[in-house]
Design a protein around this ligand. Structure first.
Ligand SMILES: Cc1cc2nc3c(=O)[nH]c(=O)nc-3n(C[C@H](O)[C@H](O)[C@H](O)COP(=O)(O)OP(=O)(O)OC[C@H]3O[C@@H](n4cnc5c(N)ncnc54)[C@H](O)[C@@H]3O)c2cc1C
Length: 306
């Protein structure tokens, strides 16, 4: 059986990324997890989420860009998204990746590019979430986030932490003191035992510990998970501590556990859907397969249907 590690390894193969992107046939399979090719394809989906009492976060798919020009195109796309959100009056913020803005080429370039998007979000009263990538980028991402946070207010820029990393509880303590808005997730990359808990039960235990720290801070954070155990632990803790539903939000990925998304929104919880779009879907799509290898059957069934 193909393993999670093998799928994550495949997600990083640039050659396959190009092949898969060129093949229209493969693209059809991605529609469960990817909302569309273009921003305009994606708007009706977000409108639908808003009608179902869910907010959204746009993610333009492209990570680890290869040139400053490509990073510049990403900035332009995000400025366009922010304008479109206002024009279409939809309830959504944006999620960015720093490698999309050139982190691997030059951290200063990534900072300047991210700053332009954050500044525009500030001007429009919107919010930018800086996604967290693999552990080689963790410190640089936190450093750039702290610079941005020193220039813009709490409600303009936030960050993501991953409960599989040993360092995360300490990072969460430091960042809530800024203060900062944090999305806690388990983590989607393949990390060695030197930096991350190898056992799922430890990742889950750390998730609960960080979630409790975040909720107790009084800052509005995002609890990103599809795991009913993590969701129950969050609701139980909030109820015990008298923390109202309006003080935090749940977040889930487009196409994953739609039933649970609806149920939480219907029960009055703040629910945000992370909505990726764009033609560079390959690494994102492969990470979704890795999270739940049973998804491969879904893909194979659709391949067989043609
Ligand atoms: C809004 C949001 C933003 C995120 N941002 C980041 C980020 O910036 N950096 C990062 O490293 N990771 C990010 N992730 C991914 C995250 O780290 C996990 O890889 C992912 O959410 C799976 O973990 P889980 O908490 O759902 O729990 P798991 O224990 O992995 O899954 C629990 C249950 O959820 C369901 N499920 C989970 N994943 C899938 C899937 N792909 N397909 C179908 N069912 C599934 C299954 O029923 C599974 O049993 C984000 C996740 C969300 C929801």
């Amino acid at each position: 059986m193909i393993t999670r590690n093998a799928l994550i390894w495949l997600s990083r193969q640039e050659g396959l990324k190009d092949l898969a992107t060129r093949f229209g046939y493969f693209k059809k399979l991605t529609t469960r997890f990817v909302a569309g090719d273009t921003l305009n394809d994606t708007i009706p989906r977000i409108r639908q989420f808003n009608a179902e009492n869910c907010t959204a976060s746009f993610d333009h798919l492209n990570e680890a860009v290869g040139s400053a020009d490509e990073a510049e195109q990403e900035v332009a796309e995000y400025l366009n998204i922010l304008a479109k959100i206002d024009e279409e009056r939809i309830r959504s913020n944006v999620s960015i990746k720093l490698t999309q803005f050139g982190l691997a080429l030059d951290p200063e370039l990534a900072y300047r590019n991210a700053r332009r998007v954050v500044e525009e979000a500030h001007r429009r009263g919107n919010f930018v979430r800086v996604d967290m990538e693999d552990s080689s980028a963790t410190q640089a991402t936190i450093d750039i986030f702290k610079r941005l946070r020193s220039e813009f207010d709490l409600n303009t820029v936030g960050i993501v932490l991953q409960s599989y990393l040993y360092r995360t509880f300490a990072d969460a303590q430091e960042l809530i003191n800024l203060p900062a808005r944090i999305r806690i997730c388990k983590g989607a990359y393949n990390e060695p035992a030197e930096v991350a808990f190898p056992d799922k039960k430890d990742v889950d235990a750390n998730y609960v510990k960080v979630m409790q720290l975040l909720l107790s801070s009084g800052i509005y954070h995002g609890v990103a998970t599809h795991d009913p155990k993590m969701i129950d632990a969050t609701i139980d803790f909030a109820t015990r501590e008298g923390i109202g539903k309006e003080k935090y939000e749940f977040q889930m990925l487009y196409g994953v556990r739609r039933d649970l998304q609806h149920q939480l929104a219907r029960n009055g919880f703040n629910m945000r859907i992370y909505v990726p779009y764009g033609k560079h879907w390959y690494p994102y799509f492969m990470r979704r397969l890795a999270e739940r290898p049973a998804n491969i059957w879904f893909v194979l069934k659709n391949l067989a249907k043609g």
